[in-house]
Design a protein around this ligand. Structure first.
Ligand code: SAM
Length: 255
């Protein structure tokens, strides 16, 4: 069962118009390929995965231009995390922290936060601000030797990994939480308009392949885990691109 939690602006989606808009305005070559593959003939061959340099490029420029920027997490993200983060002084891993906004928010609530991030450019910039949390570079959760987290949050990171890597991440997380620990994962849902229009979606921001996270539901029990709360969907309009998007949210605990 799916609960919809947040729907501020959710306009009618027109995939062909939207693809044409991308094509004209943003990334002609990749969108042309998408457009042909989805509405013309042939399959998309693009399997470009994001790498460290992909992310470094994002963080070299002005952070306010990033669609996931913002000094704070969105209200829907905050409300969602606050609902499940009831204890005080929790030990939290914020994996794939990006600009560090969720790590800052969690630290401001009195929690002991370790932020991990792939991009060394982002890590260096965040460190230079003397953040109220610890931060380290990581390309996979297995790089983190610290264990016993009360909570692991991972927002917008899984969908940049192919399904088999998502499963490896989940397996590592399962070994890093306390017996009562929780894992919160947010990533693109199968019903997200861009995936409906382009099942092999390439991110318009990073120009790399992305995946949805729905399949995780089937593998969660393999790692001694279970879904604590029925997966919920967050609808929002992506800043900068003005695109309607749908995130799927999992709250996972030990079974
Ligand atoms: C869309 S951004 C989201 C950032 C942040 N979680 C937020 O919600 O604002 C995805 C982030 O995941 C990071 N990332 C991607 N693959 C990663 C990996 N294998 N290990 C750690 N971080 C990764 C990227 O560097 C980027 O900062």
């Amino acid at each position: 069962m799916i609960n919809k939690v947040f729907s501020p602006v959710f306009t009618k989606y027109n995939p062909i118009k939207q693809l044409r808009d991308y094509e004209k305005a943003y990334m002609p070559a990749v969108c042309q390929t998408h457009f042909q593959a989805n509405f013309g003939s042939g399959e998309i061959n693009e399997e470009i995965r994001s790498e460290k340099q992909t992310w470094n490029k994002q963080y070299e420029g002005d952070w306010s231009m990033l669609p996931w920027a913002g000094e704070e997490p969105t209200n829907s993200e905050k409300k969602y995390i606050d609902r499940f983060l009831t204890g005080k002084n929790q030990k939290i891993l914020e994996y794939g922290c990006g600009t560090g906004k969720m790590a800052s928010y969690l630290a401001s609530q009195g929690h002991d936060v370790l932020a991990a991030e792939y991009s060394d450019v982002a890590v260096k910039k965040i460190k230079s601000t003397n953040p109220p949390f610890e931060i380290m570079e990581a390309s996979a959760p297995s790089d983190i030797k610290d264990k016993n987290f009360d909570m692991i949050t991972c927002i917008g990171v899984f969908h940049h990994q192919p399904p088999e890597v998502q499963e490896e991440f989940l397996k590592s997380f399962s070994q890093m939480i306390t017996p009562d620990g929780q894992i919160i994962i947010m990533g693109w849902d199968d019903t997200d308009p861009e995936f409906v229009a382009m099942p092999k979606r390439i991110s318009k921001q990073t120009k790399t392949r992305t995946w949805t996270i729905n399949h995780l539901e089937n593998v969660i029990p393999k790692y001694g885990l279970r879904i604590k709360n029925p997966p919920e969907l967050i609808n929002f309009t992506e800043i900068g691109w003005n695109a309607d998007r749908i995130l799927r949210c999992y709250v996972i605990e030990r079974s």
